[in-house]
Ligand binder design. Structure first.
Ligand code: NAD
Ligand code: 0WE
Length: 258
């Protein structure tokens, strides 16, 4: 495990203990990082506060990534908490209307198309921009987001989320170019299916898990812990010359053509 002592990070996207963001946060906390957390909505506030307290978090605050005011306030609070500096940002947020993960992509209405791109892709751009001055003050930084193969290939039912992930993946590359000048790295982890809150409600999730077991080179599914380990690497100084890229944690599934 990389050493994160003295490092300060902000984690967006913990909803409960199954969240990929929480698996990542635990690895960073094990490595000695100080972590601030955001949550969306009062419904999950208590859960997120309890998890955050268990790793001694100095800041837990609400953030709806659709709201510029929220993002501005969250980074002001983060700056206040960490003396104006930030070493890393974990972006683990996505949302599409459930109706758009069932039917045909062709039928996605305009407003729900933009909703998915707003929450799942633009939010990375907005939060990277807000993180920039804090990371510059720290002498550099590392930004990590979560993506999925459905942004590169057509995965049945992933639909508008696939279009959002394609936008997210391209945003990683353009942010890497802009922020590289300030020694801020931007990368993504592309995870195979993991049974989180966002995944459990999806019909056919068990089928996807069987497909990964049968067809991936390693013939097994992944765990969120695996994502935590890869994330810790990308966020650490061990990855100091790695930016603008995607690291697949999917048992090799993406490498297959059949
Ligand atoms: P999750 O439900 O635990 O996390 C999704 C998070 O997005 C939640 O914390 C939720 O509160 C947050 N969110 C949604 N709308 C928001 C908004 N408007 N403002 C702020 N936060 C908002 O599920 P997860 O599977 O841990 O998802 C995390 C990330 O991992 C997502 O980007 C997802 O696309 C990605 N991912 C998941 C899988 C999987 O199979 N679970 C695979 C690859 C990538
Ligand atoms: O990115 C995701 C899930 C994202 C997601 C999930 C939900 C369910 C609840 C976004 N928005 C919502 N909205 C809700 O109302 N994954 C990579 C997991 C996932 O979701 C799929 C998948 C996979 C894999 C949906 C269809 C097909 C495959």
């Amino acid at each position: 495990m990389p050493d994160f002592s003295g490092k300060r990070g902000l984690v967006l996207g913990v909803a409960n203990r199954r969240s990929i963001a929480w698996a990542i946060a635990q690895k960073l906390a094990e490595g000695g990082a100080q972590l601030a957390f955001t949550y969306q909505g009062e419904r999950i506030e208590k859960t997120v506060r309890e998890l955050a307290d268990s790793v001694g978090s100095p800041l837990v605050t609400e953030c709806d990534v659709r709201a510029d005011d929220d993002i501005e306030r969250v980074f002001a609070e983060t700056a206040e908490t960490f003396g104006g500096e930030l070493d890393f940002l974990v972006h683990s947020v996505a949302f599409a209307d459930a109706r758009d993960l069932e039917g045909r992509f062709t039928d996605t209405p305009r407003d729900r198309f933009w909703l998915a791109l707003d929450v799942s892709a633009y939010s990375l751009v907005a939060s990277a921009r807000a993180a920039e001055p804090l990371m510059e003050a720290a002498g550099g930084g590392s930004i990590l987001t979560m993506t999925y193969l459905g942004g590169e290939r057509a995965v049945p039912h992933y639909n508008v989320m696939g279009v959002a992930k394609a936008t997210l993946d391209a945003s990683v590359r353009y942010l890497a170019w802009d922020l590289g000048q300030k020694d801020i790295r931007v990368n993504a982890v592309s995870a195979g299916p993991v049974r989180t809150l966002a995944a459990r409600s999806i019909a056919g999730f068990p089928t996807m898990e069987s497909i990964v077991e049968e067809r991936s080179p390693l013939r097994r599914n992944i765990e969120s812990d695996d994502v935590g380990l890869a994330a810790a690497f990308l966020l650490s100084d061990e990855a100091r010359n790695v930016t603008g890229t995607t690291l697949y944690v999917d048992s090799g599934y993406h490498a297959m053509g059949m």
